[in-house]
Design a protein around this ligand. Structure first.
Ligand SMILES: [Zn+2]
Length: 246
């Protein structure tokens, strides 16, 4: 399995950057996980958007779905050009309703609703969805194949039950939305970089990828804060960074 970062910023993209979006590639599938602002521009360096097999949306906040609407223009164009014959399969929560109701553009997508505890097995891949502690229904994903395991943490507050999801994942993609010194006094339903590192240590992750970081932060500072609280491999997400789980 190959996990390529298309966007890693939040809540808005920095220059040349993008908010949340990742390409998961298996032997026979190309799956887009979240589709934030600027993600399609980075996806286009790897493949055409209409070559995607599926899209998995963790939740319906703008920094995870902004480009999802124009992605459907790409699918519609491909259908009309007969480059593609079927709608794009989208696995997503369907709340809040005011956004879920606006997701579909013409007949470009086929939606499968995702709920807590759902389990999918297909093409040698096993995926489980777990609700995180966030303001709207939001789902972490445990993705497993013969090659290894990936935990995508989506957006998550500190009450998220990481230990109930998986132990010792090969790759844990966890949000580190701010440095710990900048942590807001009110609960934010997010992790600081330090808290992400502590969560990775708690579940014994092999590699921690810090993502969903504020675009004005210095990646070296993010890495240094994570290193102080986690002994495994650390990668700071950047558009174009790819990690293989083999
Ligand atoms: Zn977010």
């Amino acid at each position: 399995m190959k996990w390529t970062v298309l966007g890693c910023h939040s809540p808005y993209p920095g220059p040349g950057g993008a908010t949340a979006g990742y390409l998961l590639q298996t032997a026979n599938k190309n799956i887009l996980v979240d589709c934030g602002s600027g993600v399609l521009a980075h996806l286009g360096k790897i493949m055409r958007p209409d070559q995607l097999d599926e899209v998995w949306l963790s939740h319906l906040h703008h920094d995870h779905i902004a480009d999802f609407f124009v992605l459907q223009y790409a699918i519609l164009t491909a259908l009309r050009l007969k480059r593609r014959s079927r709608p794009l399969l989208v696995r997503t929560p369907l709340a809040p309703h005011e956004w879920a109701d606006r997701l579909t553009y013409h007949d470009t997508i086929a939606i499968r609703e995702v709920k807590d505890g759902d389990h999918l097995k297909q093409d040698g891949l096993s995926v489980r969805w777990y609700r995180t502690d966030h303001g709207v229904p939001c789902y972490a994903m445990v993705i497993a194949s013969e090659e290894g395991t990936i935990l995508y943490g989506a957006d998550a507050g500190l009450s998220t039950d990481w230990e109930g999801m998986i132990q010792r994942p090969d790759l844990f993609i966890c949000e580190g939305t701010y440095l710990h010194r900048d942590k807001p006094s009110a609960p934010m339903a997010h992790h600081s970089v330090r808290e992400a590192a502590e969560a990775a240590a708690l579940i014994g992750a092999r590699t921690l990828m810090i993502t969903h970081w504020f675009p004005e932060l210095d990646p070296q500072e993010i890495e240094a804060e994570a290193e102080a609280f986690f002994q495994g491999n650390i990668r700071v997400a950047q558009s174009g960074l790819a990690v293989e789980v083999i």
